[in-house]
Design a protein around this ligand. Structure first.
Ligand code: SF4
Length: 389
């Protein structure tokens, strides 16, 4: 990119002007990562100052049995496979109760598209979880799952969402988005929930007062222009509803042979590498710059590693998700090198060490607790420093 075009883009960012599709594609084409980071950090600081949000959450996957076989997914199992599982309602509650310690504020629940579980199972699980953990917010189900519930129940999403909200649903999850452009989507997604239904269901959820996250699975067979297109669709929907709280770029993961049967289920693996840390940082930066109407950008540390997660805070991100213990949908965190558990104290240290002020939030991004600013340089020099994996 020549110096004139760089200046033009800088001026737009510093004037708070909306960036175009061509701007987004040119930002991705730039190899000046430091410059991109500076622009994104300017925008992030305007919106969120030196704050980094996190929450104390746990993931619960009620079943890994799925009717679909998405090409990137190593989580799904078919009925009868040796490590296929489906939790009974009481089992789900018992597992959630085991996770309750440490002032848990959120359960994040996503599941396979189970071929025979009846629709009634899902609101029943939410009701029982809410009764057992009344102070824990239930962030549950992707738009893909809601569309699946429409199929298995014969009810419209409108009624499904009403019943789930009545049972305790606080927010949908942002999953199922992957990459919306059909050119890519047809090769990676194996169910019927595409942009039209994904956006319809989030629009409906927003109209009912829910606030939802949005995601993008990047770093596989898509090109930067597909990422730009994805983000611009979300920006347009956000202009209409204002219901997205956060955008989460999810880094596509390779599969490790760690399942009971030793099978690699990820069918994209032979065709692509994972995004490099530099590509991840660029994706955070360009997303922050394009999405001028979504307040937060989250780095899900499980998928990026802790050092890249810290760096992402200087490339547009202002949220580090939560103290997740298990994450199974695209990989098993045990084999990836990131820790299994990050407690509240670990997240605080990680954020302070990166030079930011931690803020604990709830599911709707209300502040639960503000923490101190990062320690001064003199203080940091007086104590041995930790290297984050
Ligand atoms: S990503 Fe979700 S819908 Fe697709 S195969 Fe995996 S569990 Fe099933």
């Amino acid at each position: 990119m020549d110096a004139g075009r760089k200046r033009e883009l800088e001026e737009k960012v510093y004037a708070g002007e909306r960036l175009s599709r061509a701007d987004g594609e040119e930002l991705y084409a730039s190899d000046d990562l430091v410059w991109l980071g500076r622009l994104a950090h300017h925008r992030r600081t305007e919106l969120n100052g030196d704050r980094v949000m996190f929450n104390v959450n746990r993931h619960l996957n009620l079943t890994n049995v799925c009717s679909a076989s998405c090409a990137y997914c190593s989580f799904q199992r078919k009925p009868g496979e040796s490590d296929a599982y489906t939790m009974r309602v009481e089992e789900a509650v018992r597992k959630a109760k085991e996770m309750e310690g440490q002032q848990l504020t959120e359960l994040h629940i996503v599941n396979g598209l189970h071929p025979t579980l009846p629709w009634r199972y899902y609101p029943k699980v939410l009701r029982e979880l809410k009764a057992a953990l009344p102070d824990v917010k239930l962030k549950a189900f992707t738009a893909t799952e809601v569309q699946w519930f429409e199929k298995i129940s014969g009810l419209p999403a409108d009624e499904i969402l009403d019943e789930l909200i009545d049972a305790g649903l606080e927010s949908l999850t942002g999953g199922g988005a992957e990459i919306f452009d059909w050119e890519v989507r047809q090769h990676i997604v194996d169910h019927d929930c595409h942009w039209e239904d994904w956006s319809r269901i989030h629009r409906l959820a927003h109209a009912k007062g829910l606030r939802t996250p949005s995601t993008m699975l990047y770093g596989h067979i898509e090109e930067p222009r597909h990422r730009v297109d994805h983000v611009l669709r979300l920006r347009e929907l956000q202009d209409e509803t204002g219901g997205f709280t956060v955008f989460i770029p999810l880094r596509y993961q390779h599969d490790f042979v760690d399942s009971a049967d030793g099978k690699i289920r990820n069918r994209l693996q032979e065709r692509t590498t994972m995004a490099s840390p530099a590509e991840s940082l660029k994706t955070f930066a360009v997303s922050r710059l394009l999405l001028d109407n979504v307040p937060h950008v989250k780095c899900f540390w499980v998928m990026h590693g802790l050092s890249v997660a810290q760096l992402s805070l200087n490339f547009g991100a202002d949220d580090l998700d939560g103290s997740v213990v298990e994450y199974k949908i695209t990989h098993d965190a045990d084999s990836y090198g990131t820790p299994n558990t990050m407690h509240r104290e670990d997240l605080l240290e990680l954020i302070w060490d990166a030079g930011f002020r931690p803020v604990e939030r709830d599911t709707r991004y209300n502040v639960v607790r503000e923490y101190d600013a990062p320690p001064t340089l003199a203080h940091r020099r007086s104590e041995p420093q930790q290297v984050w994996a």
